[in-house]
Design a binder for this molecule. Sequence first.
Ligand SMILES: [Zn+2]
Length: 279
Amino acid sequence: MRPFIALAASLLCVSAALSAPVHAHPVADDPATAHFLANEAVLIEAGETKILFDPLFTNSYNTYPLVDPQTKAALMAGEAPFDGIDAVFVSHVHGDHFDAEEMNAYLAAHRDVILVAPFQARLDMRQAAGWSETFEARLRIMPFVAEPQALSLAGGAIEVTAVHIPHAGGAQRAHIQNMAYRVTLNTEATVMHLGDATPDTPIYDTHAAHFEARRTDRAFPPYWLIGRWGGNETRARLNADEITGIHLPMLAPSWLSQTGEDYFTAPGQTRGLHPHSDD
Ligand SMILES: [Zn+2]
């Protein structure tokens, strides 16, 4: 598999360099990287293109780690590595993923940032302190529909396809719109963030064509997908080269270390997004 992947990837890079002005940052000098903050908060950086998933939340439910105050302050202030963020993605509106007031404050402070979020996030933000009508132009709201959604941001430097995957927990959580985002940065690195996606498989079969449509370099599934399915089935279902589990509780489940799979467990951990360029 690897030589084929490397060849396909280098062809992609060559054609992108010839045709796409968005591909401003050389791949080899500037490999894409994922940085872990806490819970499901991840920064993805590819050259000068940067996105955040589920970065602003305030409720640990006494179970999940919060972003530490210094990191949160740097994020709100736009200090490195949180300078030049292009877009923030929210998977769903639970308090361990999203805080409407903090998001309002963030958008007020960072006037170029685009927010991609479920419609429930917009409803919450409009009710929360700090809302401004001027934010509307920077919101890319995902409707609560079954069909896959596509978005292009930052002049094509960020390509998004998203599907609604129900929240884990069954009927009790069915009213929550949980989005699974697949995002390609600078045409070079593709990541997937699934929020609190259910491990029940029928919805993944329903969206098989969506998952097959593009290979993901690294997916960040909630750890319970790996627990339920195992690593190989998780990679196969998501069509991902590599997976790193997220959303670990402070007390990690005992089976975790036995899976032999990769997880983000501590703030500051990073993972490369270029398995094909390591050859
Ligand atoms: Zn949730």
